[in-house]
Structure formats: C-alpha cells, structure tokens
Design a protein around this ligand. Structure first.
Ligand SMILES: Nc1nc2c(ncn2[C@@H]2O[C@H](COP(=O)(O)OP(=O)(O)OP(=O)(O)O)[C@@H](O)[C@H]2O)c(=O)[nH]1
Ligand SMILES: [Mg+2]
Length: 475
C-alpha cells in the first residue's frame, strides 16, 4: 500500500529553524548555539538552513508554540527568504502543526518528523526499513493533514518536497484506517525478522565474548570499529550515518579474539516511537558482555550526550555488564576553548570527571593499546578454573571445550571425561544448551553456576527478549 508518507525526503529545500527555549531549560538557554544539533540534523536530511529564530518563554503556546508576535515575525522571514520548510526543534501536537502551517502558508516539520525522515532515507536492511516505517506511520498517522494543498498559491504550482504526495481531506478517514491495518502487518513481519535476529545474537553471545560500541550519534563509533576490525562500517560526519549494527572479530592480544559490534547512535529526545521500534536493533547492546561508551570528548555538548547514552542504556535494560567510558577524538581536544558550556576542555578535566575512562583517537590510533588491554582484562576476569565431568559418549561437548576454552588437564574414568579447564560462564551455558549432562567441581551444574558467578541484581522483566517486549506493547 502506498500511504504517501514516506515520500517526504526534504531534499535541497530552503529551511528555516525555529525553537522555543523554556526558561527552565538552563543548559540549552546558556549555550551559545542552542540550535547547532538541529542544524546538523537538517543538513543531514539534505536541506539548506537559511535562517533561524529562537524564542525564550516560560511555556509553549498551546496553539502555535511561538507567541503571536513572534509568529508574525517568523511569517515575514519565511516570505522574505523564500523558505520551503520550517523545522521546529521539539515535538509539536497535530493541532499546533496545523495552526502554524495555516499562518505561515508553508510546510512545517517537527524534530521527530525530521529524524524520521533521516532514518527513512538511511534504512537499507529490511529490519531497519520496517522499524522506520512503523515509527513513521505511528507518529504521522494522527498528523495526517490535507498535506499542504493550500501551498499552490505560494509556490505558484504544485507543492514540492516532503509529504506533498499525501492525501486530500476526503481521503484522510480512509487513509487512517489503512494505516492501522498496515501497522499491524508491518509489526508482524518485523517480529519475525527480529526473532531470527534475536536467536543469532544470543547464539553469538553464548559462544563468544562480545563487546558493543555505543554512544551518541557522530561520536566516532564506526570509525573506531573500522580501525579495530577489518571494517566495512560506513563512517561519515553526519548524524545517524549508521542504522544497522555490524559485528566483526577484534583481536585483543595473544590468541584472544572478541566479537565487536558497531551500533546505531543515540540522540537526545529521540522520537518515542523510534525508540520503541529500534529497541530490537539495540539487542546486541543488551546482550554484550562489555560495553564501550564512546564520547566525542571535543564536542561542547558531550557531557549531556554521555548522560543521554547512560539513560538510554538503562532504559533498554543494558545494565548488567561492565561499561568503560572511552574519550574519543582527543586529537581535537588539545586546548579547545569552549564558550557557554560546562564541558571539560582538557583531558585532565575529563579524567577528573570520569576517572576510569580511556582516552583514544579513533583517527590516529592513539590509546588503542590501552583499550585492548582493558578489553582483554574484562574478558579474562570472567573466567574460572573448574573440573568438569562429562559422559564419555559426549564427544561433541569435549570438542566444544577444547576449541573454545583453555583445557589444562584431561583424565578419564569408567564413565566420564574429566577436564580441568578455564571457562567463562557462557561456555557452560552453551554445554547446557547442547544437552550435555555434566557436573562442575562435582556439583550439579546449576548449583555450581550460582556459586561461581553469583547473579547480579537483574529484574526478571529484563530477561525477556527485546523483540517480545516490542510486539504488542503498542509502541
Ligand atoms: N578528529 C577526529 N575525528 C574523528 C575521530 N573519530 C571519528 N572522527 C570523525 O567523526 C565523524 C563521525 O564518525 P563516525 O564514525 O561516522 O561516527 P558514528 O559514531 O559512527 O556516528 P553515527 O553512525 O552517525 O552514530 C567522522 O567524520 C569521523 O572522521 C577522532 O578520533 N578524531
Ligand atoms: Mg556509525
């Protein structure tokens, strides 16, 4: 079905950026350039920002966001600069959107629609496309409007650009019903794709030590990933260059190899529907044995960005594995003066704030040795020496251990192979999954596991695979 909603690539249009900054939002209000992120988002979407306007207020105007006088000012600017689209830095309600559009005779997008537009253009895998389309339909359906039919007068012909192939008024009711049906069908397909993906991720985590690179968009995750592995991830100075995770092996010293994953970047105020849809993409992150929290240490907004990353990780339930903060782009950091923000301006200041962080440059490779050493330490820290007793017939289990763990002694009795081995918990989990009947230190397996790796506190809810939580929770 063609809903007309996804044709909205706002390519090479003249855009005007607008924001209300609430007096309560001290950090943004104090920033010397509060619209810098919106500008980067707009450029990533392919439009040309030609002007911007900020109003400081105690609260948003319920009808039009901006106050009356400011809106008139905006209307004049839109005419004078021949603006094609006005983009607001927050979510607007459907009625606010309509009211502002009516007054400006010009297309209006909010921050969420802009981000969705970027995602729609970037999504290449089936899973990403499904996720984006669901989020778009859920977000846009209540906002379906007679798609700027009045714009003919302004552009002197048919309107161009985002959403202009949308339905007319009479179509709206029918379209809303079609949209609901479409969402149901897409969700069903997505849950199938995700169940498969989820099995893959869990199998990978059972067999290998897995490390996830996570961080704010544009922190340098893909650049680091490419530098440490044989690469293949798309890295670019754009927001949301990466929309799908990618996994390669990374040698952390000696014969030790881990699996490293590059992931989708986070952003502040990510549209609610998008977070829900992308949860499954973040499944890699939740299951990783170690998380590298990558920060662009030279970005004046980095402190808030790191806070956002931590919030998102907590929100998706990635709370049980160790996290290492990585200060990236230290090559850019040297003596950067930064006005109007409390961001650290030197490595020393950063380390005061994040004492256990590692400083690196993904571009020059500095700090990589340190990073490898810490990853290796984390990997080996998990290992315990145990004596395993495995039925003689179960050659497959013995082969598995010989190839994945370090076996230091082998013995036999009438019924069993007796192996002394250095194993990680995941090795034993894998033996259980293979149906092996074995003992650990002469104890029943589950009892031994509890003693060797006491469980971290973890709410039961977080053990439910993400895709199962996504399906049916409505968003
Ligand atoms: N100077 C400097 N630039 C870097 C460094 N690491 C990455 N970059 C640049 O930062 C930009 C973003 O890099 P990416 O690797 O695409 O960032 P990302 O975190 O994968 O971004 P998303 O996929 O959009 O979330 C690119 O232009 C990189 O060249 C670094 O250590 N120093
Ligand atoms: Mg990337």
């Amino acid at each position: 079905m063609e809903t007309g909603l996804r044709d909205g690539s706002i390519q090479s249009e003249r855009a005007f950026l607008a924001a209300v900054i609430l007096n309560s939002d001290e950090v943004t209000a104090a920033s010397s350039d509060p619209l810098s992120e919106l500008r980067a988002l707009a450029q990533t979407a392919g439009v040309e920002p030609v002007g911007q306007m900020v109003q400081f207020r105690h609260g948003m105007d319920g009808r039009t966001c901006f106050g009356k006088g400011k809106l008139l000012e905006l209307e004049a600017a839109v005419k004078e600069l021949r603006v094609g689209v006005v983009i607001f830095d927050h979510e607007l309600s459907p009625s606010q959107l309509r009211n502002i559009e009516k007054q400006l005779s010009c297309k209006v997008l909010d921050r969420s629609e802009l981000i969705l537009d970027i995602f729609a253009n970037r999504a290449t895998t089936r899973a990403a496309q499904l996720q984006v389309e669901i989020a778009q339909l859920e977000y846009t359906a209540p906002r379906l409007r007679a798609m700027w039919s009045h714009l003919g007068q302004v552009t002197g012909g048919s309107p161009m650009g985002v959403g202009t192939r949308g339905p007319g008024e009479q179509q709206l009711e029918i379209d809303r019903r079609l949209v609901s049906k479409r969402i149901v069908a897409l969700k069903r397909e997505l849950s199938e794709v995700q169940a498969r993906k989820s099995r893959e991720v869990q199998a990978r985590c059972a067999e290998h030590f897995t490390v996830g690179i996570v961080g704010y968009t544009n922190a340098g995750k893909s650049t680091l990933f490419n530098a440490l592995t044989r690469g293949g991830a798309f890295a670019n100075d754009q927001l949301f260059a990466t929309l799908q995770t990618r996994t390669e092996s990374w040698s952390v010293g000696g014969a030790n190899t881990v699996l490293l994953s590059d992931t989708v970047g986070f952003i502040q105020r990510l549209p609610h529907h998008l977070v829900a849809s992308f949860r499954a993409t973040l499944e890699e992150t939740v299951h990783s044995h170690l998380l590298l929290l990558l920060v662009d240490s030279a970005d004046p907004r980095s402190v808030a960005q790191l806070a956002t990353v931590r919030e998102v990780l907590d929100g998706i339930g990635a709370t049980t594995q160790p996290r290492i903060v990585i200060l990236n782009k230290v090559d850019k950091l040297a003596g950067m003066p930064k006005a109007g923000s409390d961001a650290p301006t030197s490595l020393a200041q950063w380390l005061e704030r994040e004492p256990t962080a590692i400083a690196i440059s993904a571009l020059t490779g500095s700090g990589f040795d340190n990073l490898r050493a810490r990853a290796l330490e984390s990997m080996l820290g998990e290992v315990r020496e145990v004596v395993l007793r495995i039925p003689l017939r179960d050659g497959r289990a013995v082969d598995y251990l010989e190839s994945r763990a370090t076996v230091s002694a082998r013995d036999y009795d009438e019924h069993s192979s007796i192996l002394t081995a250095q194993v990680a918990r995941r090795h034993l989990d894998q033996l259980i999954a293979m149906g092996t009947r074995f003992t650990v230190n002469d104890l029943p397996v589950h009892e031994a596991l509890k003693a060797l790796w006491p469980l971290p506190e973890k709410p039961i809810e977080q053990r439910i695979p993400l895709h199962e939580r996504l399906v049916g929770d409505g968003a």
